[in-house]
Design a protein around this ligand. Structure first.
Ligand SMILES: [Zn+2]
Length: 255
């Protein structure tokens, strides 16, 4: 048994080399590695259930999430997940389903790409892929009025539930941006929520601020394959520190 459970965050599965992309061949290699080394790929439901019951995880447990709902997740990732019987959760930005990921706050260096259609989403849902809410328009939730933030959160949940006719239990904060008020809104309506706090989640994690590992930081095959070793825990701590320092100096320049 283990108290640790890495929750991986993917965005786009494409060859562009962008900060939110991983190429399809590397994605396949990573999934094959998880299969070959008997990783226990569990759903977010199982992650949160263990945390709430304060139960340790089965050794080598791991969870897979995708943010934004890119069309290429249906084309490139879904066949691999289905082949290996892996569970995963995809967080949708509902106002942009069937459109491009060109929401207002999207940095210009991120290439506009198609997002999932409701037909893709329904097909994946029938195969056991879970869908979560990621707001309606992908805003930074702490930078808009609280009532608008609440509407963004609840509307995205309602639209997915209406489309899929099943309860939406999980939420992911766009840009990992949240504060106490936002977490309070989310905790009234969802079973759990994913942040972008760069760390390995564990049995003491807050179910509404689940730590995740963005695949950007562990793209290298060697690091990915050492995921559950103390070496990677130290590496992630260093990366988190550097990221926080960069964020702080960027904010200083802004204000
Ligand atoms: Zn996002």
């Amino acid at each position: 048994m283990s108290c640790k459970v890495p929750i991986l965050t993917y965005h786009s599965i494409d060859d562009s080399g962008s900060v939110i992309s991983i190429d399809p061949a590397s994605f396949k290699d990573q999934m094959r590695f998880l299969k070959d080394f008997s990783f226990n790929v569990i759903s977010l439901n199982e992650v949160v259930m263990h945390i709430r019951k304060r139960q340790p995880f089965v050794k080598n447990s791991i969870a897979i999430t995708f943010d934004d709902g890119f069309k290429n997740v249906f084309l490139e990732a879904f066949p691999v997940l289905r082949e290996y019987g892996f569970r995963a959760t995809i967080f949708l930005t509902t106002n942009y389903c069937e459109k491009l990921n060109n929401w207002p706050d999207q940095p210009s260096f991120i290439k506009a790409q198609p997002l999932l259609s409701w037909t893709d989403i329904k097909e994946m849902c029938q195969s056991g892929i879970q869908f979560g809410a990621h707001t309606h328009n992908h805003p930074s939730l702490t930078k808009i009025p609280l009532m608008d933030a609440e509407n963004e959160i609840l509307l995205s949940r309602k639209i997915i539930e209406d489309q899929l006719q099943e309860e939406v239990k999980y939420f992911a904060y766009p840009y990992g941006d949240f504060n106490t008020n936002i977490v309070n809104i989310v905790s009234r309506s969802f079973t759990g929520a994913c942040s972008t706090e760069l760390a390995i989640a564990n049995s003491k994690s807050d179910p509404y601020i689940l730590e995740r590992i963005d695949i950007f930081y562990i793209k290298s095959g060697m690091i990915f394959k050492s995921l559950l070793t103390p070496y990677v825990s130290c590496y992630l701590k260093c990366r988190r520190l550097l990221r926080d320092l960069r964020k702080r100096s960027f904010e200083k320049k802004l204000y």
